[in-house]
Design a protein around this ligand. Structure first.
Ligand SMILES: Nc1ncnc2c1ncn2[C@@H]1O[C@H](COP(=O)(O)OP(=O)(O)OP(=O)(O)O)[C@@H](O)[C@H]1O
Ligand SMILES: [Mg+2]
Length: 284
């Protein structure tokens, strides 16, 4: 156990593989990754290389076939309450209002199933408090009080993602995991959301693990960018050796960066380096 480790997240020699007919399909291979408290780690890689799998390992929703994942000094064995997660889509309950969606986590955590089913006075009191806390969060993520009574289908994609972020933040996670959270948004909304998440990251001092297909987004929001290789399926379709970390670089420009950094040579050189490493990585 790494109780003395300076890292908040640590993956050591991690492998994830699945049994196939007569063999094993290796997805992640020999992943070694350490993340310090307060880092904003962007993870990029081709589709299917294992980015979401990596996130599930940190969350504790999946265990590695080999190696160890340690979060906050504890080996991860089950879903970790200290990790919040935001997905690309479908994070919200469609039949609950915005406020109910945001308040759901604390309410579930602070009440028993019996209190919920019986609708006891304690449950009602905690529900009122949770809704109040949720209302305060709406403002912080740029939603109006009126938005609280709307249902997810009445919101734009960007607003829905704001609610999903508030839902995760209200649980005050040490680590916020984001799996392509802005992938479904149009370009301008995406830029707004990048600024929003940087503000929240600064305000709450969280550690972020942020997956994206967009290399420019990765280099802009992250303090550090990690690229995974493809899993190198062979030409005859026999499974390859699994994805591993092929690049791990800090980003220039301090943090949060000015928008204008995207036009600098330093930034475009980094972008090109990450692109080359991830998309054209040769078989080992
Ligand atoms: N239960 C499973 N059994 C077998 N293979 C699986 C299973 N779950 C995932 N995989 C395989 O693991 C690989 C990695 O999946 P993962 O979802 O982590 O990729 P990803 O990098 O997030 O892809 P994308 O960019 O498309 O979201 C894929 O090839 C997928 O088919
Ligand atoms: Mg994925």
């Amino acid at each position: 156990m790494l109780t003395d480790s300076p890292y908040l997240i640590s993956l050591q020699d991690v492998e994830v593989s699945y049994a196939t007919n007569g063999g094993r399909h290796v997805i992640l291979n020999n992943i070694g990754l350490n993340v310090s408290p307060g880092e904003f780690l962007s993870v990029v890689g081709s589709t299917g290389c294992g980015k979401s799998t990596l996130l599930r390992l940190i969350l504790g929703a999946q265990l590695p076939t080999r190696g160890q994942v340690v979060v906050a000094g504890q080996p991860v064995r089950r879903v970790n309450r200290d990790c919040g997660i935001v997905f690309q889509k479908y994070s919200l309950f469609p039949h609950r209002t915005v406020l109910e969606n945001v308040a759901f986590g604390p309410l579930l955590e602070r009440t028993t199933i019996c209190q919920q089913v019986m609708y006891t006075p304690t449950y009602r009191r905690i529900r009122r408090q949770s809704l109040e806390a949720a209302r305060a969060y709406l403002n912080r993520i740029g939603l109006k009080p009126d938005d609280g009574v709307k249902y997810p289908y009445q919101l734009s994609g960007g607003m829905q993602q704001r609610v999903a972020i508030a839902q995760a933040l209200l649980m005050q996670p040490q680590v916020l995991l984001m799996d392509e959270p802005f992938g479904a948004l149009d370009h301008n909304t995406r830029l707004e959301m990048q600024e929003l998440i940087l503000e929240q990251w600064q305000a709450y001092g969280m550690t972020m693990v942020f997956i994206t297909h967009d290399l420019e987004e990765a280099c802009y929001v992250g303090t550090r960018v990690v690229g995974l290789s493809q899993h190198w399926t062979d030409d005859d379709n026999t499974p390859g050796v699994g994805a591993t970390v092929v690049t791990d670089v800090p980003t220039p420009g301090g943090h949060p960066k000015p928008m204008e950094i995207r036009a600098t040579t330093e930034f475009t050189t980094l972008l090109e380096h990450v692109r080359q490493s991830v998309l054209t990585a040769d078989k080992p």
